[in-house]
Design a protein around this ligand. Structure first.
Ligand SMILES: [Zn+2]
Ligand SMILES: [Zn+2]
Length: 157
């Protein structure tokens, strides 16, 4: 029994495992946790299929796979999670290392439940004007967090 990468304190089999295998996530937070775990386990199918249809074209699968492999995933912190009916908001931070830099991805993400399944709809990165971190990433390079946005429009904001 291994503990789940998402940091819930439960085993992978009782936590993100079934969700990665295709079971609906019970809450928006559980979906967010499972999407992080999918990166840790290089299981990008789950990330891809839990994007809302209108943003699926924006998902750069190759880039996401590269980020998943090249990053050293340290931990996920859920800062806030709330739900109202079929919409949910989860604010989180992901700590990881990439190219020798300590990175922190802070995002307030919106989720929607469709046919009983939670989907990732959008995210605001650095929602409250987080202090800037100096890292050696070109401002116009793709963000190392794998969002598919330019660094300056994402974690480098
Ligand atoms: Zn988990
Ligand atoms: Zn980013």
């Amino acid at each position: 029994m291994s503990s789940c990468p998402c940091g819930s304190g439960r085993s992978f089999e009782d936590c993100c495992g079934p969700i990665l295998a295709g079971e609906p996530a019970p809450t928006a937070e559980a979906l967010m946790r499972s999407r992080y775990t999918a990166f840790v386990r290089h299981d990008l199918d789950h990330v891809e299929r839990t994007h809302a249809p209108e943003i699926r074209d924006d998902f750069n699968r190759g880039e996401a796979e590269r980020v998943a492999e090249e990053s050293e995933w340290q931990r996920l912190d859920i800062l806030r999670a709330s739900e109202e009916g079929d919409s949910g908001v989860v604010e989180f931070q992901i700590h990881f290392r990439r190219d020798g830099n300590d990175m922190r991805h802070h995002e307030r993400a919106s989720f929607r439940r469709e046919d009983g399944r939670w989907l990732y709809v959008s995210g605001e990165v650095n929602p409250k004007g987080e202090p800037r971190r100096v890292v050696k990433v070109g401002r116009n390079e793709p963000c190392p967090c794998g969002s598919g946005k330019k660094y300056k429009a994402c974690c480098g904001k």
